[in-house]
Design a protein around this ligand. Sequence first.
Ligand SMILES: [Zn+2]
Length: 456
Amino acid sequence: MARKNKSSKRTLLIISLVAIMLMAFIYNSKMFERELPQIFINDIIYWNLKKPLNVKISDESGFKRVLVQLSDGENSITLFNEKHSAQDKELEFNITFPKKGFYSKKNQYTLSYEVVDHSFWNFFMGNKVIKESVIIVDKQDPIVYTVSNSYKITKGGVGAVIFKAEDVNMDEVYVQTNFGKRFKAVRFEKDGYYIALVSWPREQKNLLNAEIIATDLAGNIARERIRYYLQDKNYKSSKITLSDTFLNNSIASLARDIADDKTQDMNALDKFMFINDSLRKESVETIGAVTDNISYIPYLSLEPFYPLRNGAVVASYGDFRTYEYGKEKVSESYHLGLDLASTAGANITSSNRGRVVFAGDNGIYGKTVIIDHGLGIYSLYGHCSSLLVQEGDVVIAGQMIAKTGKTGFAFGDHLHFGIVIQGIEVRPEEWMDEKWMRDNLFEVINNAKSLINGEK
Ligand SMILES: [Zn+2]
């Protein structure tokens, strides 16, 4: 009796052990996985019906059935219905809008998906997921037209444009140029109107082409070319021969000052090339990064810039310099600011109100201040001996911001004055000229305002 009891206990134990192991097997087995199939598609889809919608599905055990239906609220049409025996773990397919089937054209539909996988879970029924997306049909291109623009852009200079861009599902509005730069636009005067400043970079070999682009969430695009008269300009080109004395004295000590860790093992010529190429590129990128934004200002009020009292021009904007060493060209650069000199340590003032976005060391530019004046317009002050403002400060017109010096790649006390438009260093001379500012900016703005407000 005792023995029989013992053996049946053992049988029971074995059965329960097997049962537990089986359950553990089922629970952990891939055949019985409990992960729901995943459907990669947005909850709200804006669709222009031109491009097919791409649907991606993934599941650990593959799909048994995939059903996609489109409903207008009354009727429902099957767009995709497939049974799969193969254990495809990933499935990607396109669906197009049915040409026939809906009686009335609506602009909102519901797309529903039902996916069942090959898992043995749920008593061999598999995991099932049901999902819905709202489809908003939008076949309309945005409306885009120019309201007013500057008549011309000079190479290295700037032009303004004010335009209308409208769409119920607007995504992005900007000005695209043929040299890759995208200028941001900001609201102007009323909803649906925008302003942007566009520049034709000094270094560009090609003529400028600028287009206003508006895109909506359904992928419709509208573009309009801005009709600027393009005025080419001959900038000065000069050849500079590097002497050993210059390299061994001036450049060697400059390298020690501004890039010691990176140049200490280099010979004097390599030090020069490092400063004029790599370090210049880095410094220009820093300027680009802090001046990329276009801040909104309700009204623009700018005086011509006059940063240094009685400053004499010692180098112009746009000069192209080629450097030679032993009759061989070793480097080149564009001078993208206006160099002004007065007495050493002279006061530098900001002629306009703005917010300081940079105050510190910037490679070849030395101690530098950059001020945001709104609309993507920034002023830059390089080679300073001391800075009197800090990042984040709001300066008023006429405020002293720094003192001239020769920090960075400079060999005499002077101010490198720059105007930067959304990351691009442009001709400062335009922004120091009252007539240029009136013709190219304020008249364009006033003209647009009267057109928009219907006074004309
Ligand atoms: Zn300069």
